[in-house]
Design a protein around this ligand. Structure first.
Ligand code: SIN
Length: 525
């Protein structure tokens, strides 16, 4: 049995970008439906710890220009400077809207938002909530504000519906009983997060399987910067383990903790002027090198000198205690793990993709803000700013775009490889430290395990998305013959200026296979 409904805007995903867009669009009078494949708060937003990087204007010595400069430095030459300036400038207004919707941030003794620091920031500008539970508070506030909006949980987006012009006409999906259905709409916003589940060990929840990027590629959009998978330097190590691993927020280092190797030696001094607070690609790569040099499984984060650890970092404290570690008395064992997709579906600064009617915002999108390495805590800010912008874009576009025409045939058949095969290949060959031979072998492994399959349930859709993302990330990583930001090639260990202005775009060929297209970075000299 099939089903059908309609709306002005379908939002895929219920994290910070999706719910912000849905709320703003509803306020603009659009009929919005939000679909999410799991529970409302099952995405990455609720796991974000550190906070929201924003210059609110009341902090002497800091400025939006300084935030822009830090973002460009962290992005290792591949940010779009226009995108960076534009998105960061809209941060204060976006945070004000969020606070008006009920989000409560931690305050200092004067009642102003308390600020912390994270890797790559030259100022204390990261506002936070519940100590280290910023994402959970944002998700709580947005879900409460969205009460009353049509929100379909357990509904899996499968493909965009398209008309004969190639414009989006809605979404094909599976409902919570696995029944196929369609939501007809002239606008679909992808706000479905990243693809950390490509790797065996990640800070991301089970839902981060790249569905949005895969859907956009299949609809004819381009994705870019996919090779820049950011590894968070400090994830709690409690023995070799797979799946979502507990994060130890960079704010712990922002407030004075330092990294030690297993001999108790600091190793970040001398690596970067900001030492333990270097941008996270630098820290993650330094940890990886130190682990190789010492043969250890983990390094240690020494937070013993911090006052009030349990109340300032309750989430980290609870995770440590659950693993039998007391961070007040002993250094915390940590390793890097896959954390954030710096690239994604290419959009303009209004959230439009190249496909009329298809929009993207948040981690799924590539606006040019992050370049080769996202600055810590810029992601929640981007979700807030771009979520709001997309709502306004959709409202404006519907007055000028013709309504969708008759539907044409669906996108090419999906190909899928078993998830453990994909995760092993990616973890082995496409983590921190990649080379041509390993990337090619991983591509062959994934290809050999791939079969044509029409997904009939959520895990089928996710496996197909992960397979396509693995192929695309491996292709992009194999093409970029240099090391830059979070893309570390052991066979090309240096930055190469030739790549300074080259963003690698991926599109699908007629058979649905990813192909590489190189694009000049917008705004680059
Ligand atoms: C963290 O709290 O360390 C993570 C913040 C982020 O990824 O932006």
């Amino acid at each position: 049995m099939t089903w059908q409904a309609d709306a002005d805007l379908v939002v895929v995903g219920s994290g910070v970008a999706g719910l912000t867009a849905a709320l703003d669009a509803a306020e603009l009078g659009l009929r919005v439906v939000v679909v999410t494949k799991d529970a409302t708060d099952s995405g990455s937003t609720r796991w974000a710890q550190g906070g929201v990087a924003v210059v609110l204007g009341d902090e002497p010595g800091d400025s939006i220009d300084a935030h822009v400069a830090d973002t460009l430095t962290a992005g290792a030459g591949l940010c779009d400077p226009v995108a960076v300036a534009s998105i960061l400038a809209d941060g204060p207004a976006a945070v004000a809207t969020l606070r008006a919707r009920g989000a409560r941030f931690d305050a200092d003794a004067t009642g102003r938002p308390d600020r912390t620091r994270e890797g790559g920031h030259t100022a204390f500008r990261v506002i936070h909530a519940g100590g280290d539970a910023t994402g959970a508070e944002i998700e709580r506030a947005l879900v409460a504000a969205a009460d009353g909006l049509p929100l379909l949980t357990g509904h899996v987006a499968v493909d965009a519906l398209r008309d004969e012009r190639g414009a989006v006409a809605g979404l094909a999906l599976l409902d919570d009983a696995g029944r196929p259905g369609t939501l007809r709409a002239p606008a679909v916003l992808l706000a479905s997060g990243g693809y950390g589940q490509l790797y065996s060990s990640t800070t991301n929840p089970e839902t981060s399987t790249g569905d949005g990027v895969a859907l956009a590629l299949r609809a004819g959009a381009a994705a870019a910067d996919l090779e820049f998978v950011q590894f968070h330097p400090t994830v709690l190590f409690d023995g070799p383990a797979t799946g979502r691993r507990p994060l130890v927020t960079e704010a712990v280092r922002g407030e004075g903790a330092v990294l030690l190797d297993r001999a108790g030696r600091r190793f970040m001094t001398g690596v970067h002027p900001l030492a333990d607070l270097a941008p996270r690609d630098v820290v993650a790569a330094a940890i990886t090198r130190r682990l190789a040099e010492t043969g250890a499984d983990c390094v240690y984060l020494d937070a013993r000198a911090l006052d009030g650890f349990a109340s300032r970092f309750p989430t980290v404290y609870a995770a440590c205690r659950a693993a039998g570690i007391d961070p007040v008395r002993e250094p915390i064992p940590v390793t890097p793990a896959a954390h954030y997709a710096c690239g994604g579906v290419v959009t303009d600064l209004a959230g439009r993709t190249a496909v009329p009617g298809l929009y993207a915002a948040g981690e799924v999108a590539r606006t040019g803000l992050h370049g080769a390495n996202r600055l810590a805590s810029n992601s929640l800010l981007e979700g807030l700013v771009m979520g709001g912008r997309v709502a306004r874009t959709v409202a404006a576009d519907r007055t000028v775009l013709p309504p969708p025409g008759p539907l044409v045939a669906p996108a090419p058949a999906m190909r899928t490889a078993p998830r453990p095969v994909v995760q092993r290949a990616m973890t082995h060959a496409a983590g921190i430290g990649r080379d041509a031979a390993g990337l090619a072998a991983a591509s062959d492994t994934v290809e050999a395990a791939t079969v044509l399959a029409a997904p009939v349930d959520r895990s089928g859709v996710e496996d197909a998305a992960l397979t396509l993302l693995a192929q695309a990330v491996l292709a992009a990583a194999g093409t970029r013959t240099e090391s830059r930001g979070s893309h570390v090639r052991t066979d090309f260990p240096d930055r190469d200026d030739v790549w300074q202005v080259q963003s690698i775009e991926i599109v699908l060929d007629a058979g649905g296979q990813p192909v590489v297209r190189q694009a000049r970075v917008a705004g680059a000299a």
